[in-house]
Ligand binder design. Structure first.
Ligand SMILES: C[S@@+](CC[C@H](N)C(=O)[O-])C[C@H]1O[C@@H](n2cnc3c(N)ncnc32)[C@H](O)[C@@H]1O
Length: 338
């Protein structure tokens, strides 16, 4: 098969090229799944100059001057005070325009002051409602953005960050060391297990589990520079839901009765989102969905959501001036009865 890399007209300056084989594949699937909304989503996903970057301030080296500067630049604080669960220690700023702060260099002996991220990545973290002292597992943790965000919310009694890929594990360690003070890093357990084994290794251990699953990662796949790799990923895409379900089963096993689990992906794909959650809910009597529609209502000024048909699921879709997502989030509870 000959794969063409299309030059995205408005993006030549940024040097990003759209991989046509991926775009064609998404076009077929997502125009069916999202209907008319897909046209806007596609325009944004294929135009990196429209992408927005939120600024998560680091509570462990708080940049007061930068915060003032962000206000002057027209940034506003994400959901401050509007969510029933919103830890005051978590400060994230975003702008309606595609302005991007420069990334910060790590200087030895100095913690980084801010982390750039897709603002929708904070939704799974907030949905977990982490409290001080809780035992939490981040099952698929690298490069560590959500672990870092969790630590902005509360001081867990025990944080276990797991990542299966050894190169990415190094990246995770670097993120933790660049943002988190050493005494706290020392109490974070980092492991390199296949997440599917965690349930057997640590059954009924955690109050909260985050499964930010490996998925089709629509944004990055669209800009695959290696077209053969892209074609290979697409042909293996249908295997992802099985891996996601197995990771969820393991996570449920690792969760204590009464504990909460959040599942998230950064793909629009229904097969990797709603269908995975439906499959899990259908096979466990002691796992129930938790309604998170209230969260969507309180942040609808900043995010656009697509219908998921599930009370436990939200799907953030990129929109004009709200170029956040894709991000799917579902919240489940393991009940006491079996
Ligand atoms: C979406 S990324 C996680 C992003 C991360 N939570 C963050 O916010 O920075 C999914 C991660 O799962 C890892 N992964 C893939 N298969 C896995 C497995 N079987 N067990 C654990 N992690 C796995 C991938 O290497 C990848 O780093």
């Amino acid at each position: 098969m000959v794969l063409t890399l299309l030059k995205a007209k408005p993006e030549t300056k940024l040097g990003k090229q759209i991989c046509k084989v991926v775009l064609d594949h998404f076009e077929k699937q997502y125009s069916k799944e999202l209907g008319d909304a897909w046209n806007t989503v596609r325009d944004i996903l294929t135009s990196p100059s429209c992408w927005q970057y939120a600024v998560l301030l680091n509570r462990f080296n708080y940049p007061f001057e930068l915060e003032k500067d962000l206000h002057l630049k027209g940034y506003h604080s994400l959901f401050q005070g509007s969510l029933p669960y919103y830890p005051k220690s978590m400060k994230c700023y975003l702008s309606r325009t595609p302005h991007r702060m420069p990334s910060e260099r790590h200087q030895i002996g100095n913690l980084k002051k801010y982390y750039l991220l897709n603002a929708a990545s904070l939704l799974p973290v907030l949905a977990l409602e982490l409290r001080d002292g809780e035992k939490v597992l981040d099952l698929c943790a690298a490069p560590g953005g959500k672990s870092l965000a969790l630590l902005q919310c509360a001081y867990p009694g025990y944080l276990h960050c797991n990542e299966y890929n050894s190169l990415r594990l190094r990246w995770l360690r670097q993120t933790l060391e660049s943002f988190i003070p050493q005494p706290l890093v020392n109490v974070i357990k980092v492991s390199e297990l296949d997440g599917r084994e965690m349930g057997d290794a640590q059954p009924e251990t955690f109050d909260k589990v985050l499964v930010d699953a490996p998925c089709s990662n629509d944004r990055s796949w669209l800009f695959s520079s290696d077209s053969q790799k892209a074609a290979c990923r697409i042909s293996q895409r249908r295997n992802l839901p099985l891996l996601q379900i197995e990771l969820l089963r393991s996570a449920i096993k690792a969760l204590r009765p009464g504990g909460l689990l959040v599942y998230s992906t950064c793909t629009l794909s229904k097969a990797e989102n709603q269908d995975v959650i439906s499959e899990v809910l259908n096979s466990y009597r002691d796992v129930v969905p938790v309604d998170i529609k209230e969260m969507a209502r309180t942040c609808s000024q900043d995010f656009t959501f697509a219908p998921t048909g599930q009370e436990c699921g939200l799907l953030v879709i990129p929109d004009k001036g709200k170029a956040w997502g894709p991000m799917y989030v579902a919240k489940l509870k393991k009940s006491w009865t079996t």
